[in-house]
Design a protein around this ligand. Structure first.
Ligand SMILES: [Zn+2]
Length: 240
């Protein structure tokens, strides 16, 4: 695993050769630029790979960039520039959708480091929830069975109430997990800041970042496990 770099590869403007640093427009002549090699969604917004993002600021940047990159502005431009406006607009939309969600942001950051691949998430019950998961599955089975065999209304209502209580507990576990993710995200940002301040040993920073990524990965696995549980209970309960 490699920790992703925080800056896109430097490039030169195709029109005036001025140095660009991954912005969509040349700072010297203002021409639209191709997406630099290795550009990520953070770079799309000129942001470092930090996990604390002010949603209002992100939205404002998104609107201003979408407006500048809009293909309508390039109707009379040469074909190559029109093509660039389409590519940059589409990447900007994807970047916004991903980064505006705090969890999506973490998923994406870990994905850049090759840590989250579709379908490879561990689906084991978190140890502290094992017992509750076991009970929940039992109640789900009982409810399905009672429905099929025409159980009494009282029996069904009892089982549904039990499941509803379990659902509330899992929803509150989910809220805890989200808080934990927010805490580790803050730690990630602080580590990133520290590794950029002068006089620090970046080797130590790499190890710290890797450790934090592993923690975030584990939290995301737990989160998706609990969310699946909440959804499976929701499907069985009427009116939720
Ligand atoms: Zn230029």
């Amino acid at each position: 695993m490699s920790t992703p770099s925080t800056t896109a590869a430097p490039a030169a403007c195709w029109n005036c050769s001025a140095a660009t640093s991954g912005e969509q427009f040349c700072p010297a002549c203002g021409k639209i630029q191709p997406l630099p090699r290795g550009a990520d969604y953070f770079a799309c917004f000129g942001l470092p790979q930090k996990l604390t993002i002010d949603p209002a600021e992100l939205e404002q940047k998104f609107h201003s960039l979408s407006w500048k990159l809009h293909p309508d502005n390039f109707e009379r431009a040469p074909e190559a520039e029109r093509q660039l406006s389409l590519e940059c607009s589409s990447q900007l939309n994807d970047a916004y959708r991903t980064l505006r969600d705090p969890v999506g942001r973490v998923e994406y950051l870990l994905g850049l480091a090759g840590m989250r691949r579709e379908g490879q998430h561990k689906q084991q019950a978190p140890p502290e929830l094992l017992e509750e998961v076991f009970e929940l599955n039992e109640s789900l089975d009982e409810l399905r069975h009672a429905r099929q065999s025409g159980g009494s209304a009282g029996e069904m209502a009892g089982l549904e109430a039990k499941l509803e209580a379990a659902q509330h507990r899992f929803e509150s576990s989910l809220a805890d997990v989200d808080q934990e993710l927010a805490r580790v995200s803050t730690e990630w940002d602080q580590t990133l800041d520290a590794s950029h301040s002068p006089g620090t040993n970046s080797g130590g920073g790499d190890a710290a970042r890797k450790k934090l990524m592993e923690r975030m990965n584990e939290i995301l696995n737990r989160r998706s496990y609990i969310r699946n549980l909440v959804n499976s209970v929701r499907q069985e309960l009427p009116g939720t």
